[in-house]
Structures are given as C-alpha cells and as structure tokens.
Design a binder for this molecule. Structure first.
Ligand SMILES: Cc1ncc(CN)c(N)n1
Length: 223
C-alpha cells in the first residue's frame, strides 16, 4: 500500500482531541505533584492501583511483541519492544520497593472500577484479530501519557516534593522520552500505510486510552 504523504497523523489526532489529551496529561493529580501540594493518601492510592495495572500491562505488551514478531516489516520494532519488557521488569521491582517505603500493602489492594475497566480494555486489545497497527498505537498512547505527565513534574519551574522525585523520574526521564518517540515512530510508520478502517480504529483506541487515563488519575482522589 502507498504511504500517506507527510503523515503526522498522531499530531493531527492530538490537535483534534486536544481537550481530552490535556485532561489526560495535565490532570489535577499530576498538577498537584508538580506544585508540591499532593497529599500522601492520593499518592498511595495511585501507587497501589498502578501496581495492579502494570501487572496487567505485562501480558498486553507480550501480545504487542508477538504481533510485531509476526507482522512487522521492520525488525527493529521487536528490539524496541524488548527494551520495554526489560523496563517493565524493573518497574515491578520498583513498585514493590516503593510500596514498602510508603506502607502500602500491595497484596491487600483490590482494583477499583476504573482500573478494572482499563484492564478489560487491554484484554480486548490482546485478541489476535486486533491489528498490530492498532495495538502499537494503543501501547504508544498509554506510555506517552505517563511520559508527558511526569516530565512536566521535572521541569525547573516545578515544585515536586523531593521524596517523589524518583517516582516521576521513572517516566519523566529523557531515556523514557526517547523510548516513547521510538514507539510513536513505529505507530506513525504503520499508520502511514494502513487502510482507512485500521486508521479509524486506531484513532478510536487513542481516544479511549486518553479517557481511561483520566478515569485512572481520578481514582487517586477516591472517585
Ligand atoms: C495507568 C497507567 N498508564 C501508563 C503507565 C505507564 N506504563 C502506567 N504505569 N499506568
């Protein structure tokens, strides 16, 4: 299939869904971290729920990797995704260490409704009939909301509490930014040659990720 000329489809989507994109990447929870007013109960609630989410994120990433192995025309996609698996391994250990520092009992946490819904959405994307282009777009969107949100907490003008810096450096650091750029590049490349149907589906999934992230942040306030 012919490549779409000068496609920066993802930038267009971000502009088309600007309000939802900003709600996901500039959520009051993240802004409260950034200005140093976040309360510890919100932070702990987020930490416990995110640990559960990340556990479910592992099989989702494995399904994207399998699709890349089978369907990608560029071998470097697999290498990028393998890097993601290595960093998720690291992330799970970090959650356990951080939870014990904050007295959060990870075994006792039950997933809240927004988390359950988000994990169910991930499961639906793991089905073999979901196109690799759609799956990699979802994967990029999920990672990039965290990258965009937390990198803002590291800017010189931010007032992020010192004891939370390590948390926000995980997703806000330059290396994670480059990883998200690589994922965006894969998604753009695939979208450039995808059918109209697949592009429409991928845009729908992008919006659903943004909505799910907003609901996920809302949970930190007990909503
Ligand atoms: C809800 C959510 N979204 C994204 C990420 C980044 N992997 C995360 N840990 N949690």
């Amino acid at each position: 299939m012919e490549e779409r000329e000068g496609a920066r489809m993802i930038d267009t989507w971000i502009n088309n869904h600007r309000q939802m994109y900003d709600r996901a990447t500039r959520h009051p929870f993240v802004l409260s971290v950034r200005d140093g007013t976040v309360d510890s109960s919100s932070f702990k609630r987020w930490l416990g729920q995110d640990y559960i989410f990340v556990r479910q994120f592992v099989p989702f990433l494995a399904s994207v990797l399998l699709k890349a192995c089978r369907e990608s025309e560029d071998q470097s996609d697999v290498e990028v995704l393998l890097g993601g698996i290595a960093s998720l391994h690291d992330e799970l250990s970090w959650f356990k260490k951080e939870a014990s520092k904050w007295d959060v009992m990870l075994n006792a946490i039950t997933p809240q409704k927004a988390n359950q819904d988000y994990c169910r959405f991930l499961e639906s994307l793991m089905l073999p009939e979901v196109d690799y282009t759609v799956a990699i777009t979802a994967f990029w969107a999920i990672e990039s909301v965290y990258q965009k949100s937390f990198s803002s907490c590291l800017e010189a003008s931010s007032n992020t509490p010192a004891e939370l810096m390590e948390t926000f450096q995980r997703w806000g650091n330059d290396g994670f930014g480059q990883y998200c750029c690589a994922l965006c590049g894969i998604a753009e490349r695939r979208l450039g040659t995808a059918s109209e149907d697949v592009v429409t589906m991928a845009e729908g999934v992008f919006v659903r990720v943004l909505e799910s992230e907003v609901r996920f942040w809302d949970m930190s306030y007990g909503e």
